[in-house]
Design a protein around this ligand. Structure first.
Ligand code: BGC
Length: 755
């Protein structure tokens, strides 16, 4: 299709009309010219295709579909191949249903455990979030169906989500809140991007040119169209100028008219509207020209696939004395309503109308399993009878497994959690069951960390997250060892909410939320503070054991235009087949820049038979070592020795090798009378010029004894002398040199070093 030609035949009104939706889910057609409408739909862990009454809050019904595990779970798989395959399955379903774009993945960073939508997001770590996101996008788009990576950007809270401004410094945005988007654009070129509701540093994302055009398109090379989150458009004309192509859902024509008026009044160049229309139609036709309505959608097969995925995502957090896997011959009590009716997805726009669900009780048919309800999730209560019944069931069994988690009302799109606790009734139930049977394990269904006041009294904890409609099947397979758990935490579980780095500022004041913890999000903070956590980022146990060895780097020293390859061997040293998640972190050298202790820069999931060993490799490049330097507005590598650390979690890194990296970029410096000697001396070129002056001017502080007076030698030791000089501005060379240095001399010197 010759899109440019098509646009040249359109009236201004038609073009303006194309810049907003027809209804909740369609782009507008232009019947006169044969331009079709195209349909987008929520997901992203399934389809929420609404045929009739539309809404963006998960209120009205959508077609029967397959609910795969939510992002909180899939991230824990650390398995890019798996999430790519899930994306392919969703792409097929979209083709079957004629959906051009699935609205996801959602990649916002988990700044606080409280964010109501954490269950939809991948991680507190941008590299992990970006890797999972890019793989999902590549999977969906391999089926000629688009994605809409969302919510761009810095949308890490639900509180006041449509008005709040996420105020973060440049470095924090670049290092923490942008990379998942950046990696996805560079590695997977999503067909569309959805801008977020919130403002970023005061400007709505939907009218933020820096965000939507300069960074997204100019720097990262995004080629598709940007749509607004549903209702995120404030000033439509500013939006066009910023690069917001499509307003969703629609404004009843009001904003289309504003676009027309702005063009007519000369406030908006029609060429800007053309650009938006071209980007939208490119994608509309990309789908239309590759539509495959005959694609089958085998929901039963996807149900089974969803179970296999869920099993790969579960994180075995604790397994004292090998309480898990369970023995098929043992009597086991499943306790807690979620055993029968699992909580397997969150509320809001991602809510899927599952064609069926399988709970653990059903999946355990044929096993020696009894069931006691324990509590009622809907009313958030556990009666004395329910607890007594649960205790009796626990006593009668060899092992008690309590299914706990967050009820629907606790976490959802639209609002944040108020605390990090499970319902009191569930904590009470777990304590009672654990007191009745020392062999108690807990299965958790939640989208974000919870406090575990009972952790020391239970032997096992299996974090099942919101594992999709087949989660019960997966849970039973993992509990009984048919599947070996291999998930690792994509987020830290702090001991208490108060430990979280955003605790003091999360939610903000009025419409301003300051991201004051900066880059110290999640483990970047806990590690810097050397703080005890409940379970660290990257943690996850297995029914087998792994040994890491032979970490080797291809180079001892590189400059930042070069790459270094790290290879490492991982061996299954246990009795069962299992999957290891090999994690690689880079720790920067000591420098003036305040940085996290280490950051995840590579991971790979490795499938190993008992006794089997495999060697895996990682490529590290400039971005693996760089931080964002706000002076030069670019990535910058500090020269020095970087530690490459490899292991099974952020706090279990048995292997370490050093690589010396030389940064090739220079930060331009300008010196004046107020520049301090320390900074001048750190710059070799300037230091060579200024050193003789220092020796002359500061004889009295100099470490050289012949040049010191007796009194000065007694009062000032070498270190102090050096420090005194270091922190002094150049201008002090005048006053402290007893006339030996003149102003003219200093000015001449400044000319020389600035020249
Ligand atoms: C959500 C988006 C969603 C859209 C459409 C909004 O409320 O923030 O994630 O895709 O609705 O349902």
């Amino acid at each position: 299709m010759d899109i440019k030609k098509l646009i040249s035949q359109m009236t201004l009104e038609e073009k303006a009309g194309l810049c907003s939706g027809l209804d909740f889910w369609h782009t507008k057609p232009v019947e006169r010219l044969g331009v079709p409408a195209s349909m987008v739909s929520d997901g992203p862990h399934g389809l929420r295709k609404q045929d009739t009454e539309g809404d963006h809050l998960g209120i009205n019904d959508s077609i029967k579909a397959v609910c795969f595990p939510a992002a909180c779970a899939t991230a824990a798989s650390f398995d890019v191949d798996m999430i790519r395959a899930m994306g392919e399955a969703i792409g097929d379903s979209c083709q079957h249903e004629g959906l051009s774009v699935v609205l996801g993945p959602a990649v916002n960073i988990k700044r606080s455990p409280l964010c109501g939508r954490n269950f939809e997001y991948f991680s507190e770590d941008p590299y992990l979030a970006g890797s999972m996101s890019a793989a999902y996008i590549n999977g969906v788009q391999s089926k000629d169906v688009g994605t809409s990576i969302k919510h761009f950007a810095a949308n890490s809270q639900e509180h006041r989500r449509m008005s709040s401004s996420s105020d973060a410094d440049e470095r924090t945005l670049r290092e923490i809140y942008f990379p998942a988007f950046e990696m996805s654009v560079k590695q997977a070129q999503p067909w569309t991007v959805m801008c977020s509701y919130n403002r970023v540093n005061g400007t709505y994302a939907s009218e933020n040119k820096w965000l939507l055009t300069d960074v997204l398109r100019g720097e990262w090379g995004f080629e598709g169209y940007v749509m607004s989150d549903w209702g995120a458009t404030a000033d439509r004309v500013k939006g066009i100028l910023a690069g917001l192509d499509l307003e969703m859902p629609a404004s009843g024509g009001a904003n289309d008219r504003k676009i027309v008026e702005a063009v007519k009044s000369g406030a908006l160049d029609e060429a800007e509207v053309d650009k938006c229309v071209e980007r939208i139609l490119n994608i509309v036709y990309r789908f239309v020209e590759h539509a495959k309505p005959d694609t089958p959608w085998d929901k039963e097969a996807q149900h089974e696939m969803s179970a296999r995925i869920a099993a790969q995502c579960m994180v075995l957090l604790k397994n004292e004395g090998g309480i898990l896997p369970l023995n098929r011959d043992d009597a086991v009590a499943f306790i807690g309503e979620f055993a029968e009716k699992p909580r397997y997805q969150g509320g809001g726009s991602s809510h899927i109308n599952s064609f069926k669900t399988t709970g653990a009780v059903e999946a355990a048919t044929g096993l020696k399993v009894t069931y006691a309800q324990g509590y009622s999730a809907a009313s958030d209560t556990a009666t004395d009878e329910q607890i007594a019944e649960a205790v009796a069931a626990a006593k009668a069994a060899k092992v008690a497994v309590v299914f706990a988690g967050l009820p629907d009302a606790y976490e959802s799109e639209g609002y944040d959690r108020r605390h990090m606790r499970l319902p009191d009734c569930q904590n009470k139930l777990i304590a009672a069951v654990a007191a009745a049977n020392p062999n108690t394990a807990v299965v958790l269904h939640n989208g974000s960390p919870v406090e575990m006041p009972w952790i020391d009294s239970v032997k096992g904890v299996l974090e099942a997250y919101l594992g999709g409609q087949a989660v019960g099947l997966a849970t039973v397979r993992v509990l009984y060892g048919d599947e070996n758990p291999s998930g690792h935490l994509a987020e830290t579980f702090p001991k208490r909410l108060e430990d979280n780095p955003s605790f003091l500022y999360y939610g903000g004041e009025g419409n301003v939320t300051e991201y004051r913890e900066g880059v110290f999000v999640g483990y970047r903070y806990y590690d810097k503070k050397a703080m005890d956590v409940l379970f660290p980022f990257g943690h996850g146990l297995s029914y087998t054991t792994f040994e890491y060895s032979d970490l080797r780097l291809s180079e001892k020293a590189i400059d930042d235009t070069q790459e270094v390859t790290a290879t490492v061997t991982v061996k299954n040293t246990g009795e069962r087949a299992g999957k290891a998640v090999v994690q690689l972190y880079v720790a920067p050298p000591e420098a003036d820049v305040i940085r996290p202790v280490r950051e995840l820069k590579g991971f790979v999931k490795v499938d190993l038979q008992p006794g089997e060993a495999k060697t895996v490799s990682f490529t590290l490049n400039k971005r693996s070592f760089a931080y964002w330097n706000a002076e030069i507005h670019d990535w910058f590598v500090v020269s020095g020795d970087y530690a490459v650390q490899v292991g099974a979690s952020s706090r279990d890194l048995p292997l370490c090798e050093k690589v010396t990296v030389t940064g090739t970029a220079r930060i331009p410096r300008h010196y004046d009378m107020n520049s301090i000697f320390m900074d001048i001396l750190a710059d070799p070129r300037a230091a060579a010029v200024v050193k003789p002056l220092i020796d002359k001017a500061f004889a009295m502080f100099a470490p050289n004894p012949e040049e010191q007076t007796q009194a000065a030698a007694e009062a000032i030791n070498d270190e102090m002398g050096a420090a005194m000089i270091n922190y002094m501005p150049l201008r002090n060379a005048l006053g402290f040199s007893a006339g030996m240095v003149t102003e003219e001399q200093i000015l001449a010197l400044l000319d020389q070093i600035n020249g």
